[in-house]
Design a protein around this ligand. Sequence first.
Ligand code: BG6
Length: 608
Amino acid sequence: MCGIVGYIGHRPAQPILTSGLKRLEYRGYDSAGIATIDDDARVTLVRAVGKVAELEHAVATRVTADTVGIGHTRWATHGVPSERNSHPHHVGRVYLIHNGIIENYAELADVLTERGYTFAGETDSEVLAALVDALLPLHGTLLEAVSGALKMVVGTYGLALLSDENPDEIVVARRGSPLIVGLGEQETFVASDAAAIVGHTDRVVYLQDGEIGVCTRGGIALYDVDVQPLEPAVEKLQVDLASIQKKGYDHFLLKEIHEQPEALRATLRGRIDPETNRVQLGGLNLTDDQLRSIRNVIVVGCGTAYYAGLEAAYLIEQFTDDVTIRAEVASELRYRSFHTPKNTVALIVSQSGETADTLACLQELQRRGVHCIGIVNVVGSTIAREVDGGIYTHVGAEISVASTKAFTSQVAAVTLFGIALAQAKGMSRQDLVRYTDEFALLPEAIEAALASVEEQVRDVVRTYSDYSHALYVGRDTLYPIALEGALKLKEVTYVHAEGYAAGELKHGPIALIDDSFFEVCYLQDNWLREKSVSALVEMNARGAHAIVVTNVDRELPAETVIRVPTTADLLAPLVFNVVSQLFAYYMAVERGTDVDQPRNLAKSVTVE
Ligand code: BG6
């Protein structure tokens, strides 16, 4: 996915556009560009490969006082990261920035080539710019030309366009990719998400699929794709500036790891009645009878959100006995001919609320009549708007591409849903108190773990930072934690890491063990302790360099032992997970990788 910004007002646009792009850089950082237009319709186009900082250098050599402009930071899908494939694309009288994928761009390019158009790059977006330019003389206004073009394209888009046909407007449009318009005093802002608008205004319009807007200094005029007027719904922005700043930490990743206790308190706030211990989730749009009738739960997500669903599924199985719960990878489920038995509910897990594969699963499950509950963090996001019910995780903005605080709160939110389900089905008071008390203690347990292991983890990574391979192993509720731990290491250190169920090692992966690997083993002091110790012993027999993450208070046969001081039982995996996060962070710092914006990744992927 990419980041889009736009500004039309009374202040110089260039600095507003580049600072907006800086805040959206987690959406893609392969190249960036801006185009501004002056009152005489002269356009200044500046583009650069790489991060927004490169663009700022280039802009510094071409400063203008223009008060209208658009800007883009790219996550490459079609065409390699390069200047010619950077946005804004300029074709004829049109300047265009695009977030999404135009699936029929090749056919359109053929038609346009016959009409004499040539293309500087390989992107689908440049073809769309040419199409709008081709239609401009026929329709006369940019709005009409965009409407005409969008009727011919297949795909997803968040768009913003300028034309020297009229320097006092920016035309925007949305289908599938998010777009927000911020309304200020005689100035209007355009952005892919709220981070670029925070601090400028808190009055916003979230464009819906199929809407086109004309932004002027006075605000936005909204239309449907047939250019029929629509009434914009103005809402209050729910993000604060502090949450998108580093607050003195070197990286957003470390800040967000340390924010987990507070984030969790926000996720739990008002959801467990302190008197009765009853779980109360107001946004499910399900009656107790409907809750009681549920027999199947599908939890859907991508990346870390999928692992959060998997972890919660393992936890919920422990206190429900007439419910089948399964976690599914969204990009797989959307194309599988899966079966949805009666009495099925789906939990749609997404931090950003914009991930295309997860959104597609939501739409498919709703098409099948399944009640879909969103476990979402970004307020007002597409998934949050389209689900039938929801639980916001309220963790604040998560900026680092590798997800941490959202994971912990996603597991908590899905598990709370599980307890609400069991509660409606007659969970014993004893169990209700046992599980909800564990939740009440979890923020402190994570605080204590952070305080007690961080120093040790920072030292330990120095021993393992030169390794290029790692195996993460866990059993039962620690298996998804092994998968998530391995993902974190891959994401931010580029070390090849694989997560495995401890019992599976002897069926193949144990063959990998040699001096080029280190092994991270999660070992909880519970009924499976000895099983996990024997897996550890089996690895040691093959010369493993094992790091054990554990709350077992006795000697363990391992090269390194990181002891996590927790008495948590059901939720201990969430405390252990903090060690994986710190390990990946300090390993990334040790290896000098780009911690918050790892190569080839983006915060959420709004394209398929
Ligand atoms: C990836 C992010 O692009 O998308 C991951 O880098 C994230 O951190 C995954 O887990 C899913 O994103 P979301 O927003 O749907 O939870």
